[in-house]
Design a binder for this molecule. Structure first.
Ligand code: ARG
Length: 265
């Protein structure tokens, strides 16, 4: 009896060992198949998030906006995932150039030869203009021609608005182009009277006026037509093709129009 019990125990133990080894092996191969094969690739997208309604941050610190909603819809359609990182606008192109990031989602004008020399742009997804924004109480400046050599004009670093402000300064038409990191600071300087005007993208100025009614206004004619595109590293046709295909699908299936209605009402 004792001997038989021993044999049964030993046998049970051996069977248990065989099963646990098999189970281990099984686990590993399952991991390999599912982990490597079906899990969606995640691309790192960079933006500058003081630029609502294109790029902003919600109360919990999440990066949100028209750009993110559109890119997320494209990603879902094309089977990839996106994680967003906020940085200064003039760091976006270098980040993609040196491979620190995969995609720029930042309301970035694609119709710019200097940028096109550094990154590849998607099909454009939003047409825009630049405008002059002044304090709502200012009745002296009714357009860019009313800016004078004693005035400061703000714009965000690295943007088309900054190009415009710097051109006005070098032509002597304004006193100084004040180039700041955040668009929000550009507008604040106009509100508190430190600067006479700010040059910024029209839809962003309009959204600001809607949310902060009575503080600033747009004056004069629109300037510098531009068209926003997503950007990838030069030669990254794999990601660019997914973005372009997904974007076209979102236009065709009505998602694009829904997002325009959501963010620009
Ligand atoms: N459209 C302008 C440009 O391309 C301004 C973009 C600013 N975008 C931002 N996320 N801050 O230069």
């Amino acid at each position: 009896m004792n001997k038989l019990l021993k044999k049964v125990l030993v046998l049970t133990l051996m069977i248990a060992m065989v099963f646990s080894i098999a189970a281990c092996g099984g686990d590993e191969s399952t991991d390999d198949e599912n982990g490597g094969g079906t899990e969606a690739v995640t691309y790192k997208a960079v933006t500058e998030a003081t630029f609502p309604p294109f790029d902003t941050v919600d109360e919990d610190g999440n990066i949100i906006g028209f750009d993110m909603d559109l890119m997320n819809a494209i990603a879902e359609d094309q089977g990839f995932k996106v994680e967003y990182v906020d940085m200064e606008f003039d760091s976006l192109i270098p980040a993609v150039e040196n491979g620190d990031a995969d995609i720029i989602t930042a309301g970035m004008n694609a119709m710019d030869p200097a940028r096109q020399a550094k990154v590849d742009f998607s099909t454009t997804y939003y047409d825009s203009k630049l405008v002059v924004v002044v304090s709502a109480e200012n009745n002296d400046i009714n357009g860019v021609d009313d800016l004078t050599a004693d005035m400061k004009v703000t714009a965000q670093i690295g943007t088309t608005g900054a190009d415009e402000a710097e051109a006005l300064a070098s032509e002597g038409k304004i006193g100084e182009a004040v180039i700041l990191n955040e668009y929000s600071s550009c507008i604040l300087q106009v509100i508190n009277g430190d600067a006479a005007a700010c040059i910024v993208d029209k839809p962003v100025a309009e959204a600001y006026i809607k949310s902060q009614d009575g503080k600033v206004k747009i004056v004069g004619d629109e300037m510098g037509a531009e068209s926003y595109g997503f950007a990838v590293q030069k030669g990254n046709t794999g990601v660019l093709e997914k973005i372009n295909t997904g974007l076209q699908n979102m236009i065709d299936n009505g998602t694009y129009d829904e997002l325009v209605a959501k963010w620009f009402n």
